[in-house]
Write a new protein. Structure first.
Length: 458
């Protein structure tokens, strides 16, 4: 099996994706020539270009650098988000290049390390980011490949050459996490998603069972108590459960108020008192329990855990404050699954119980909208008012009859409306918001600076 160091250059097809960008940064750190294509520029691609990646944004074979035109010395990494009809991808296919998925490269890089892999329908970005911060603060260090930009470090990649650990966000899309060899695996949730890939809920859950079978002997599985999944563990793999208030690992003596959340972290044989969350949301209690469980299994001292949780600033687009003024609050979140939306709204309600809560939501994928329209409407109905944008298609072609309207029709909130993306900022200027949540996994994030400006200039 070839290693990354066996190549002179790496070309990324879909370089601007959050998971791909961590691998771009890793290859740059190894002094390889790194180039790539993405459909549109973004803040993230601009950062990658400043760090040395040669990126372009036109589907034009002529723009492929000469350094990436030799099949013997170039590895091509692709994301499923780029269609087979893409001309840049077609060039590499037609000329016999070695082409691997992002997950394969991630597995190749982390195979020689003790991989701490965080999987689940939701919660995996925050939980893995918390774990990476704990290991960094403790001095043990880690090599972290994250699905969000960690605000403490302004990156989704942390490198610690002397550390034996890799913290990995294990993505279930396209069965990517089956390329990993976990030392410790965490499964946060198995609520059905990506049914365009899996077809059925049973097949989706089965993929997590298979993932648990990949844990190395001597390792451990930390799974959320009560989730739908039958683990299949190799001999010698330990099993632990966790949740907010029960399981082998849990929180006790939870104290919430005045913008703070403090709790005691309970392990199978110890209790670490007075853990305070740097991002004090209700859902982060459970996320912190999972992250600290992994740290405890790796013998990280309790004092380091306590310090790390208090200083953890969160990942960008995970309950991230954009406006925090007396008259108006704006919080952005990547939530794109009904359960994530429900948890984000409830966290905001807990912090601002007496204020009007408004939500702007951009659905992501036609198939997900079709499969979960009722659940989306139910979750969004927890808000006082909802502004619904058009569906962000990502990798998909339109599905007849599937638009944001099928969610809108079932939302029970007293104030709701459909709004075109290009008209959103002007719409915001004409309305007073008390607490505004922006949510979605599409390109809504590119509007955030303009939304903030519209809110704060009144």
């Amino acid at each position: 099996m070839k290693q990354v160091s066996d190549y002179k250059s790496v070309f990324f097809v879909g370089a601007g994706g959050i998971g791909m960008s961590a691998l771009v940064r890793y290859c740059l750190s190894k002094q390889l020539f790194v180039a790539g294509y993405d459909r549109t520029p973004s803040d993230l691609t601009r950062h990658l270009q400043n760090e040395g990646a040669k990126l372009f944004f036109e589907d034009n074979v002529e723009l492929i650098p000469e350094e990436c035109r030799c099949p013997a010395t170039t590895l091509v990494v692709r994301t499923p988000a780029v269609p087979e009809t893409n001309h840049v991808l077609g060039y590499f296919v037609d000329n016999g290049f070695e082409i691997v998925k992002r997950a394969y490269l991630l597995g190749l890089i982390t195979h020689s390390l003790q991989a701490l892999c965080f999987a689940g329908t939701h919660g995996k970005t925050t939980t893995s980011s918390m774990a990476a911060h704990i290991f960094t603060v403790s001095g043990v260090g880690c090599n972290a490949f994250l699905g969000g930009i960690l605000r403490n470090y302004d990156s989704n990649l942390l490198l610690s050459p002397r550390s034996p650990y890799a913290v990995v966000e294990a993505d279930e899309y396209d069965r990517s996490f089956h390329c990993l060899s976990p030392y410790i695996a965490v499964v946060t949730a198995t609520d059905p998603d990506h049914l365009d890939i899996y077809g059925t809920e049973d097949a989706y859950i089965e993929s997590f069972s298979h993932f648990t079978s990949l844990i190395r002997p001597g390792g451990a599985l930390v799974m959320k108590e009560g989730i739908k999944m039958q683990p299949r563990l190799q001999q010698g793999v330990r099993l632990y459960t966790y949740s907010k208030e029960s399981g082998d690992f849990h929180a006790a003596n939870i104290r919430a108020g005045a913008g703070r959340i403090v709790f005691d972290f309970v392990t199978p044989d110890a209790c670490i008192p007075d853990v305070e969350l740097g991002v004090p949301t209700d859902v982060n209690i459970e996320n912190a329990v999972a992250a600290m469980a992994v740290a405890w299994l790796c013998d990280i001292p309790g004092e380091a855990m306590r310090e790390a949780m208090q200083t953890f600033m969160g990942a960008k687009r995970r309950f991230e404050y954009w406006v925090r003024e007396p008259h108006c609050v704006m919080i952005d979140d990547y939530a794109h699954h009904p359960d994530e939306i429900r948890a984000t709204i409830r966290s905001a309600r807990l912090l601002y119980p007496d204020r009007r809560l408004s939500v702007i939501f951009q659905p992501h994928l036609y198939s997900r909208t079709r499969d979960f329209a009722d659940a989306f409407a139910d979750a969004l109905s927890l808000a006082d008012e909802v502004i619904l944008l058009d569906i962000y298609p990502a990798r998909e072609e339109p599905i007849p009859g599937v638009t944001s309207q099928i969610i809108y029709d079932k939302i029970l909130s007293p104030h709701k409306e459909l709004c075109a993306r290009e008209k959103l900022v002007e719409r915001i200027k004409k309305h007073n918001f008390e607490v505004l949540l922006t949510m979605g996994a599409g390109d809504i994030e590119r509007l955030l600076p303009d939304i903030r400006e519209a809110l704060t200039s009144k």
